[in-house]
Ligand binder design. Sequence first.
Ligand code: PEP
Ligand code: MG
Length: 556
Amino acid sequence: MSAADTIYGTPVVNGLAYGQVAWVSHFEIPNLPASKIPLAQRKAEVDRYLKAANTVSERLLTRAKSTVGTASDILAAQAELSRDPGFKKMVVQSINKGTPAPSAVITTTDMFCAMFEKAGRLMAERTTDLNDLCMRVVAELLGEPEPGIPHLGEPSVLFADDLAPADTAGLNPEKILALVTEQGGPTSHTSIIARQLGIPCIVAVRRLHQIPQGEQVFVDASLGSITTGANPEEARQKVAANLRSRAEIRHWQGPARLASGEEVELLANVQDGPGAQKAAEAYAQGVGLFRTELCFLDSTKEPTCAEQAEKYSRVFAAFPDQKVVTRTLDAGSDKPISWATLEEEANPALGVRGLRTTGIDEDLFTRQLDAIAQASRGHQGKNWVMVPMVSTLSEAKWVAKLIRERGLTAGIMVEVPAAAIMIDQFLAEVDFVSIGTNDLSQYVMAADRMNANLATYTDPWQPAVLTLISRVAATGVRLQKPVGVCGEAAADPILACVLIGMGVTSLSMATSAIPSVGSQLGQVTKEQCERAAQDILTAQDSGDARNIARRALGIN
Ligand code: PEP
Ligand code: MG
């Protein structure tokens, strides 16, 4: 790569960094020669395998104990997987038939991965963990050093193909200036951990391997750019200014207010009572998206009305006199729930999910509305209910009637392009809408949101997506009805300013994103937001849109 070159990826956690590149060492499993262990040596080979598996699992557990939160949970889960008796038994059986231990581990991993993939999406995601474990055990058996994060003498910018869960969990934020991966997507382990640790992060960077170990790079994670050959003095100044603003974020306290004085309603996306409690402590002004389906991922049958109401009331209790927007079950696709969704679908994201599950059991929906109404009875705040995946006007009319009959305020999510295109008519039927930018991007760009290879398409900064959001927001202003945003777009501080400029009336996001969005909103005026919202409608692509917005907002 020549001097002053820039490559781009998908931004995940904002922030700037300047430093040298450290590549995560990757252990490639070599081609192992076919051989057979003589009968007399098989017991020793089994012992050798068990010792290696134990060493790997002990290392994972030790690291789990020295970390906290999600990182620790991920490591502990991986250590647990490494102790799986079914897996071990199969490896031992294979060695007892004469297969050398490394080959036995590899073939057993392949069999388990095939089984996991067959079992469906959530299980299939565990194949990354299994392959990572396989690599660790084989490296141990071959006497190779543990693959993963290199020892960092000085704070560095960490580059990787993609980080394995065990790597992400061992990250020391004090030694890592930024995290950049060639693969992965905004919902991968890498992204989740980077968000938790607050490390600037970019994923899905094509051609990242062109930048070698030790090269100095300037990373702008809000733009998703990595630049080699940057002027060191300028880069360091920008990073210092950015560190000051990150310190401001850490000290931010609500409510959110633009620099020109207007208050902005910042709400939280939650899935249970404890999460809602945390959001209340983090200055959320209410709940903008209560994902009720996530309360019941583990249950094997439909919870009774009383059981549902009990779960819901815990979220209401965290915000006793504030707004809570409860979303009815969004079962199906990436959130399969055995008692609410069909078993097999060729194309689940375009299948029976969200409101469409009423086609299987209409009463499931009304029973849930009854439970929400029951839970909301003692709640003094606003009781808003919205329905996911509404695609036709008759659906909107029908759900609004059922919600209002129970004394609740009726809304729909705008996720299906049909609702955004005909927003005038849809908004006329309901009291409010909330734009689900994760699904709206997926459907507008015809790109699976779970597919890391398509992360550049499912970016909410795509001009086609922005154009639709702008149209929905403008209609809300004209009809004087609330239009919220509750997809990941609301958690992007710069995009949040643009959304407010478009006329969006509330932003709902993961609790961890509230301070950075609140702090950024405090640095721009209403007029700047409106200009940014106007100007980005001329953008050619997502990178262009980001640059235009920053210029209009006066952000370097
Ligand atoms: C969305 O689609 O943007 C959304 C908020 O819903 P979910 O991510 O739960 O599908
Ligand atoms: Mg959605």
